[in-house]
Write a protein that binds this ligand. Structure first.
Ligand code: NAP
Length: 320
């Protein structure tokens, strides 16, 4: 089979398309014919060797794939050959024609969701679901600011928050991103490149502030976020690419909090909750993964460059 292999940590150029043996499923494992693989920012941190999780070299990147079950190992009951599935992590890597996964890492893909969309489920929707429901404990009567609403996690968060009933505000940095954020659930959108946009957000809420901020770039925004919160407001740090200084007094006066997590650290019961919620939302049409760009597997390096560039508009997926 064809697979992307990384033999050394480094820039996008270390992603090489190679011919490797197709794996065989052992007991409790599933072999999936991957039709599309989702590209996530953490794939690039991992490839660079700068992420908390450092895979053993050589490895194939990718946790998010979608396709059909090719074969199952002994004892697998959840899926059968031919079933349509998406993966939430794999054993052998999703940037490949076939990926091996544990039985608990494959999940049914509803008939109304195609494979490209299926490649954009686990990390984006899992993160957004966990941020809103588990970390922020969001309520329908609250207002959420999705700070970075045009990318994978942001669009998922808009759709989930809107379906639950929250008042939804979103930011993006381009006209295309702003339009997408509005279309996918934001009641109001703001340009995070425009000076003073935070003041506009505050004014929109009658100077009360937003109950929840889902923050995609904490190193840039966290200090100002603390000033946008009302009493009991909370910032959920989802993404950060550096250090930041904050004034804790902004939190103290508001009884506010900053919470953070990584998707890798959630509990099995939270994970089960997430997949159940995602499946229901995909099936009933409230959750609709948006594919912004499709690239062939051979162009994984280009995908890794582009995922870190501004101007997001949905997911980048590799066609395998
Ligand atoms: P993505 O698809 O590349 O989207 C990035 C988003 O950040 C876009 O909406 C982009 O908007 C926005 N952004 C750019 N500049 C910003 C600014 N100054 N203020 C606010 N937002 C800004 O990435 P993603 O998959 O959505 O992931 C978002 C972040 O969360 C990444 O850093 C990722 O590593 C992290 N993440 C963390 C977890 C976790 O477990 N904690 C899980 C998934 C993702 P424009 O392009 O329109 O400017």
């Amino acid at each position: 089979m064809k697979a992307i292999r990384v033999h050394e940590f480094g820039g996008p150029e270390v992603l090489k398309l190679e011919e490797v043996p197709t794996p065989k499923p052992s007991a409790g494992e599933v072999l999936v014919r991957i039709h599309a693989a989702g590209v996530n920012p953490y794939d690039t941190y991992m490839r660079a060797g700068t992420y908390a999780l450092r895979p053993t070299l050589p490895y194939t990147p990718g946790s998010d794939g979608a396709g059909t079950v090719e074969a199952v190992g002994e004892g697998v009951k959840k899926v059968r050959r031919g079933d349509r599935v998406y993966t939430g992590r794999t054993l052998s890597g999703a940037y490949a024609e076939y990926a091996l996964a544990l039985e608990e890492q494959v999940h049914p893909l509803p008939a109304n969701i195609d494979f490209k969309q299926g490649a954009g489920i686990w990390v984006p929707y899992g993160t957004a679901y966990h941020a809103l429901h588990h970390s922020a404990n969001a309520h329908a009567s609250e207002t959420v600011l999705v700070h970075g609403a045009s990318g994978g996690v942001g669009i998922a968060a808009l759709q989930i928050a809107r379906a639950v009933g929250l008042k939804v505000l979103g930011t993006a940095g381009t006209p295309r991103g702003l339009e997408l954020a509005r279309r996918e659930g934001a009641h109001q959108v703001f340009d995070h490149r425009k000076p003073g946009y935070q003041e506009e957000i505050l004014q929109t809420t009658g100077n009360r502030g937003v109950d929840i901020i889902l923050e995609m770039l904490a190193n840039v925004n966290l200090s100002h976020d603390t000033k946008l919160l009302p009493n009991n407001g909370r910032v959920i740090v989802i993404g950060s690419r550096g250090e930041v200084t904050i004034n804790p007094r902004e939190l103290m006066g508001r009884r506010a909090s900053i919470r953070a997590f990584t998707l890798w650290g959630i509990t099995p019961s939270e994970e089960a909750d997430i997949h159940a919620g995602i499946f229901a939302g995909l099936e009933n049409g409230t959750l609709r993964p948006i594919v912004g760009k499709e690239l062939p597997l051979a162009e994984a390096a280009r995908a890794h460059k582009e995922i870190l560039e501004p101007g997001s508009a949905g997911k980048i997926v590799l066609i395998c």
